[in-house]
Design a protein around this ligand. Sequence first.
Ligand SMILES: [Zn+2]
Ligand SMILES: [Zn+2]
Length: 92
Amino acid sequence: MKKTCNCPVHGEQGISLVCVHIAHAVDAGEKAGFFWGSTDDLARPDAWCKSCEDKLVAASDDAQDQWFREADFKIFCASCWDVAKQVFGGFA
Ligand SMILES: [Zn+2]
Ligand SMILES: [Zn+2]
């Protein structure tokens, strides 16, 4: 898996993954909440929104693969991830 992307805003950056809701909320300027995991194989940990967090908390161990599919993670550049964290963090 390629570990960098060429962001139109930030240029060549390490990659991260965010749930589809955060990806859309960034575009729409909505506050979606911002939660992140502990994986460190990418430039930033995987991140997801408040509604995904609520589903994850409620999900059994068996349901986590399904949760991951429903979150439909998208590739974000590391700097976009930082921006999203600033915008969405503190909510929820
Ligand atoms: Zn989400
Ligand atoms: Zn970027």
